[in-house]
Design a protein around this ligand. Sequence first.
Ligand code: PFF
Length: 454
Amino acid sequence: MKSGEPSHTGRDAFGSSFGVLVALAGSAVGLGNLWRFPYLVGENGGAAFILIYLGFVFLVGLPILLSEFIIGRRSQAAARGAFKVLAPGSRWSIAGVLAVLCCTLILSFYSVVGGWGIEYLLKALRFDFTSGKDAAFSTLFTSFTASSWKPLLCHTVFLAATALIVVFGVKNGIEKFSKVMMPVLFVIMLGIAVRSLTLPDAGAGIDYLFRPDWSKVSADTFLAALGQAFFSLSLGSGMVITYGSYVSRKENIVALSAKTAVADTLFALIAGCAIMPAVFAFGISPGEGPGLVFITLPYIFGQLPLGGFIAILFFLALLLAALTSSISVMEVIVAFCIEEFKLRRRAAVALCFAVLWVLGCLCSLSMGLLGDWKVFGKTIFDLFDFVSANVLMLVGGLLVVLFAGWKLGRKVVHDELTNSGALRIPEWFLDTLLFLIRYLAPAAIAVIAIFQWI
Ligand code: PFF
């Protein structure tokens, strides 16, 4: 069966190898790269954080990515169904339910931040950042996110756009959108990085990104780096299982996984190069936290020659990156609903939209009106972020590697990596990978999780 032919189960599928790659990279590259990565680098001391992050991506992230791929492609089923196909009658399918829950929480707050992206793109189009009209960017951001109706409206539009793409299906919706938007995103981000790197005082920012200062590293740096690797590569959320189930048995999943990890890392580094040199050139502290993109950058755009146009391009890129990711999160839930409740795609998308809209509104309002509603001392927004990225993704990742490494075992892993013997892989590669999947990845996740939760 070639890519593009419907799978034997009659399910929707990706139409080409390039389509699979851009869809996977589209899911991985998102707010995690453009919003989260730069501020985490800023908070955790620059290059040392980046090196630790890279270590986690390739030693822990890649084995999890491959494990999810193996589970999805072998079963040709969605997050829960995959475990039911591969381990019938067992309790492993709970891992799939956790993944769907994880995606529900992620998309609830992701859609709110995507909505902020829409508002900021509109502001950029009105040249608000360069007109000198809105100079107090910090107040502007907090008063916007705390207000009631505007962020809700933006969240609604963002979620509706996501639903509109997903309703067209894997090949005609997700793949087509990603194929056009990912190259556009790449060109825009590269252009902004070049502009930033050629600013008169860019050197300090480049130093910060590429010269490690190990004195800033603490246990928290490792926690933050692993959490970011999970979030950025969309791991432990059932995404790769679901997308993997739409991939033909002829694709080389080792190459696809490696390319996805490389593309995601490249985008994060390009985002760093687009932001940090400019931050340093204007003498701002890089450790501004989550407001870096929505408060610091607008200020910089206001000072930069041609800043008005760069602001438009930046927020357009942010929005596109967010959309190619949000569609993948929604697809995990939609595919689950189609399979488990035997719904048609349209009905599944409608149900998903309704539930996520309500949860997203709660997240958005927790920045203002519902700010006093706290669970474990966290607002709803922070709680959803914490539980999904710091608990469910880690648990999901752990279950996935244990399942692939121990339950499926060497023979199945070998069979999937070689497409039943059609491809060759060296023995040492399989041994190393199995070691990472069986021992290193679970140990790293367990240690980090314990540190994080105590
Ligand atoms: N990887 C995405 C980002 O970096 O923004 C976030 C994400 C997408 C997480 C899809 C989980 C997921 F299933």
